[in-house]
Ligand binder design. Structure first.
Ligand code: ATP
Ligand code: MG
Length: 338
């Protein structure tokens, strides 16, 4: 099976600027401070955050900022390695350990000697492998498959998880002792929806990045799109933002962005209903109608170059009524007078 290159050396110049990685939110300020405090220690670190919040980047930054930065960075994408291969991939094997083991091979743990071992999506590791890694965490000890003697390695272990590991310890799919070992320090990365103040610098960064990569010269994003982005909930976080901006740079029109950013069509979909408490049918349908109207209005506004007058005409409602609906559904960020 072709696996990614085993070891890498991280050049901090290839990472986004540190100020951009952390931005201005208080949650990311805490993350930054923790990272700076512990970069030079060997204490294990657990990076937690939704998909696309920058766990990979922060793990690399942690390595690049540590006194291990000239030594290897070894990443293991845990779910990408089948269970039958994971042990030999992590710990290596001796010649003759199994059919096909024609020569001794060092595993990722050993390759990370003096450097950093990054276990990505650690929650998917089998409990038997967790037990073996626990040993590495305790005293650096491990055994190549088929070996008679144990070896020792000096590596810094950084793990990443986007699920809830504590919950996994309750259902038995994650060992409690391993959990306590890997999260000596936990760094939580904020979802993009909680980093609205950072959106403008992130947008500029990706516009610049992709414009240079594709040698294109896109127009800056309109205020309307930026304000839709501020309200969007970003399930794919910064990765999704980067991808959206790349499409914009390539296609050169905001049309695709509007389609992506408009609230999910509630038509025909029953809104989330809390069955624990009595609900008001009137209020629920009112909210659903408002969401639907908002989506339609945004699309028609965009199609009409954000002209409110044209939009009102198009939707066969009065101009005043459109203004009222815009206000009611908090589409208030359109420039006055348009
Ligand atoms: N703070 C940031 N500044 C700039 N770019 C970022 C930032 N965070 C993430 N990115 C970009 O977003 C993409 C996803 O980031 P990354 O792979 O680090 O996320 P992740 O949390 O590891 O996601 P997953 O859980 O899916 O593995 C990458 O292309 C990365 O360059
Ligand atoms: Mg990742």
């Amino acid at each position: 099976m072709p696996l990614a290159r085993a070891t890498e050396f991280i050049d901090i110049r290839n990472l986004p600027p540190v100020d951009l990685i952390f931005g201005q939110s208080s949650m990311m300020a805490v993350a930054r401070e923790k990272l700076e405090r512990i970069a030079d220690t060997t204490v294990p670190v657990l990076l937690q955050g939704e998909s696309g919040t920058g766990k990979d980047i922060v793990a690399k930054l942690l390595h690049a900022r540590s006194n291990r930065s000239n030594c290897p960075w070894v990443k293991v994408t845990c779910p990408a390695i089948p269970n039958s291969l994971i042990e030999s991939e992590l710990f290596g094997y001796e010649k003759g350990a199994f059919t096909g083991a024609y020569a001794t091979k060092r595993g990722r743990v050993e390759l990370a000697h003096l450097g950093t071992l990054f276990l990505d999506e650690v929650g998917s590791l089998d409990v038997s492998v967790q037990a073996k890694l626990l040993q590495v965490l305790q005293d650096g000890g491990f055994m190549r498959v088929g070996a008679q003697e144990s070896r020792r390695v000096n590596t810094r272990i950084v793990c990443a998880a986007n699920g809830n590991l504590r919950q996994q310890t309750e259902d038995g799919s994650f060992r409690l002792d391993f959990f306590y070992r890997i999260n000596a320090v936990t760094i939580d990365l904020a979802p993009l929806r909680q980093r609205a103040a950072d959106l403008p610098i992130l947008i500029d960064y990706f516009l610049d990045l992709h414009s240079k990569a594709y040698r294109l010269n896109p127009k800056p994003l309109s205020r309307e799109i930026t304000s839709m982005m501020q309200r969007y909930n970003w399930p794919g976080n910064i990765r999704q933002l980067g991808n959206m901006i790349r499409s914009y740079v390539l296609i050169g029109s905001e049309e695709t962005l509007v389609a992506d950013l408009a609230p999910a069509a509630p038509a025909g979909i029953i809104p989330k209903i809390d069955l624990a408490n009595p609900i008001s049918l009137k209020e629920i349908t009112k909210a659903a109608t408002r969401d639907l109207e908002r989506e339609i209005i945004l699309k028609v506004l965009h199609a009409n170059g954000w002209s409110r007058r044209k939009t009102a005409k198009w939707l066969k409602i009065s101009y005043r009524s459109l203004l009222y609906k815009l206000q009611e559904s908090k589409v208030g960020a359109l420039p006055a007078g348009r």
